[in-house]
Design a protein around this ligand. Sequence first.
Ligand code: NAD
Length: 356
Amino acid sequence: MTTQQPSFTYDALPMRVVFGAGSLAQIPHEAERLGLRRLLVLSTPVQQALAEHAGTLLEDACVGRFTEAGMHVPADVAAAAVKAAREADADGCLAIGGGSTIGLGKAIALETGLPVISVPTTYAGSEMTPIWGLTENGRKRTGRDRSVLPRSVVYDPELTLGLPVDMSVTSGFNAVAHAVEALYAPDASPIISLMAEEGVRSLATALPAIVEDPHSLQARSDALRGAWLCGACLGATTMSLHHKLCHILGGTFDLPHADTHTVLLPYVAAFNLPAAPAAEQALRRALATDDVPEHLARTSIELGAPRSLADIGLTEEDLSEVVSQAVGQPYANPRPVTSDALRSLLTDVLHGALAP
Ligand code: NAD
């Protein structure tokens, strides 16, 4: 007997992806394809040397570098970058780095309409989404706008060989979280569910291999491929409780983005998966386990991730504010979320109740 396919709407995002070891060399070609001749190269201060190198590859098509990108795209940094783009008469940006740098490219695109080429060097997945974010006075605003979706994304696993192992692990779990929530999203669809399952499978293989040998190009390629798939899921669906909580914990309590995702994910999975059986089945297949929350908690800790929200700076006194913000804002979730249930979930994460 076959089960009827639930109804769905699938709105494909236009995405051009160039993937492969050494593909950074393709950026001049990507710029040319888009008709861009005056690119501003963006990076964080930490990745300045990489920005220099990208600028060198672009030759005359690089008109400057802005290397002050920062976590959660501070509004004053975005304003300075827009000014730099205008003063350089740039006709586009090349954002090379993690979610913070790609977020800066999106902020420039939102203000000026300039197209962005992205070269991701973490597994956060921002390059695959039309979601922008800007932080001002301790509050992060986010929105969706097709104009900020990068026109071309160049994934070069060689650029991730130096991503520190702890960041590789938590950034990888950040990507897995996108796939988990895409699998039970109200706007899930068959193609996205396939991508989500395969993305999780790819990362589940790659992350232990990276911990064993951070310089394995095979492991780095598998992880980046998984990150691409999971990022595409994030871009195509509506996220639920997990992403809402991470947004609050990052925006209001300044907890580190990827660590927060990693610590929280097993607990939200334990809460939501009983109400999302198809998602649970897909994750069981991808992770080769019968107990998805236990597997996520155990493997993340075995790979060196933090064990609890207390480990990354949250306190018991902060919980009421998180609960009040989370229940005060409407969002999709496969299970209704009450204040009591949320407090109990957060108390468990605070103390690492699922940690082995
Ligand atoms: P990040 O971009 O803040 O990077 C952290 C640090 O690591 C930076 O100093 C960076 O320069 C450095 N780094 C990055 N790649 C490196 C590499 N390969 N080798 C050595 N150092 C490297 O961290 P992130 O986790 O990628 O991004 C987090 C930010 O992205 C958050 O602000 C989050 O909200 C945002 N984000 C947005 C979306 C979206 O769709 N809009 C999706 C995911 C994340």
